[in-house]
Design a protein around this ligand. Structure first.
Ligand code: OFO
Length: 170
């Protein structure tokens, strides 16, 4: 049986992961509207990864004989200005997700739930990768500029991102 406080924070994290998926889907739709198919692809692949993150937590709560509590998912932002602003927003968002993952780690340690403390390490590493991937795109946009002919080249590169299902690994 899982500790009730840990169960609660894991359920909150499930909600945050599915909110992240919603947010990336809203961004993907925006990029599609303005004709940047590669940016749209990148954010859509990210949305799928976020759903995997949510599902790994979902399965973990069940495996620990806990209760999954699916909470209302907030509507994501709909108005975006330009690709740089969107990626800066993503970076801020991912930093806040990193903080909430770190809170799961801290709480599980405080509650002596070492199984969850161990489990959440996968997410800690995943957040390092996510923040780095976003920063990489931000740097490229800043380095090459925000003019459309240049964005077109970055767009082609982002088209190459492929979805691979994320599975939990020890
Ligand atoms: Fe699930 O890592 Fe982004 O939000």
């Amino acid at each position: 049986m899982i500790n009730p406080k840990v169960e609660d924070i894991l359920n909150a994290q499930i909600n945050k992961e599915f909110y992240s998926a919603y947010l990336y889907l809203a961004m993907s739709a925006y990029f599609d509207e303005i004709g940047l198919k590669g940016f749209s692809n990148w954010t859509k692949v990210q949305a799928k990864e976020e759903m995997d993150h949510g599902m790994i937590l979902f399965d973990y709560v069940i495996e620990r004989d806990g209760n999954v509590d699916l909470r209302q998912i907030e509507a994501p932002v709909k108005n975006f200005n330009d690709p740089l602003q969107v990626f800066e927003m993503i970076y801020e968002h991912e930093k806040s997700v990193t903080e909430s993952i770190e809170c799961v780690a801290t709480l599980s340690e405080d509650e002596c739930d070492m199984a969850t403390r161990h489990f959440i390490n996968w997410y800690i590493s995943e957040q390092v990768e996510e923040e780095a991937n976003v920063l990489d795109v931000i740097k490229k946009i800043k380095m090459f500029g925000t003019e459309y002919p240049i964005l077109y080249h970055i767009d082609k590169e982002l088209m190459g991102r492929e979805y691979k299902q994320h599975n939990y690994s020890e």
